[in-house]
Design a protein around this ligand. Structure first.
Ligand code: AMP
Length: 176
């Protein structure tokens, strides 16, 4: 199945959730078992030889493919969540969005120094969310971090926000 077939299955919703945003709706991509299989196979091929021990998914759309690829890679899974959702001790990181500040949290015992982490989210736009998530994961002193997105909005240039030695992969690239 071609990448273009996968891209064509994403539904664009204009002005959602606020005016001016062209929202990439991945629920239509996930509707078909063949497309899900293709996504899973593509991600597996990217990371099967990297020694990934934990996949970390960002709430909430990082929770779709995150655990799915963790199972394929024989890795564990840990969630990064919004404040007030995780019941045990947490570490947190705040970042500035267009309007106001957002905070994300991870359980303090979710990862350790021996972990090789695949940090996954559905989409890279301005990069604020993933930079905060990357900083959060680094606070737990892991061995290595790989960054993965289903979708990258390339024109926003957010991949340059990450250190050069960090591998950033996206499966479906769009201009905006
Ligand atoms: P950012 O922090 O700007 O890179 O935004 C990334 C986060 O916001 C991801 O968790 C996405 O789920 C969501 N997001 C941002 N822009 C879009 C968009 N155009 N379509 C769908 N989700 C988006």
């Amino acid at each position: 199945m071609s990448t273009q077939t996968l891209k064509n299955a994403i539904r664009n919703i204009s002005n959602f959730p606020i005016d001016g945003i062209e929202f990439k709706d991945i629920t239509t991509l996930f509707q078909s078992p063949e497309r899900l299989q293709e996504l899973s196979d593509t991600m597996y091929e990217m990371y099967k030889d990297k020694g990934i021990t934990k996949v970390v998914g960002i709430e909430s759309r990082g929770f779709f493919m995150g655990p799915a690829i963790a199972i394929r890679l024989n890795a564990g899974f840990a969630p990064i969540r919004k404040p007030g959702k995780l019941p045990f001790d947490v570490l947190e990181e705040s970042y500035t969005k267009e309007y106001g500040v957002d905070t994300i949290q991870i359980h303090a015992d979710a990862l350790d120094k021996d972990d090789v982490v695949l940090l996954h989210d559905d989409l890279l736009a301005t990069g604020g969310t993933m930079v905060a998530a990357y900083n959060l994961v680094k606070k737990l002193g892991v061995k290595k971090v790989y960054l993965n997105f289903l979708i990258e909005l390339e024109d926003l240039g957010a991949r340059k926000l990450f250190p050069e030695d960090v591998e950033v992969e996206s499966i479906l690239k769009f201009d905006i």
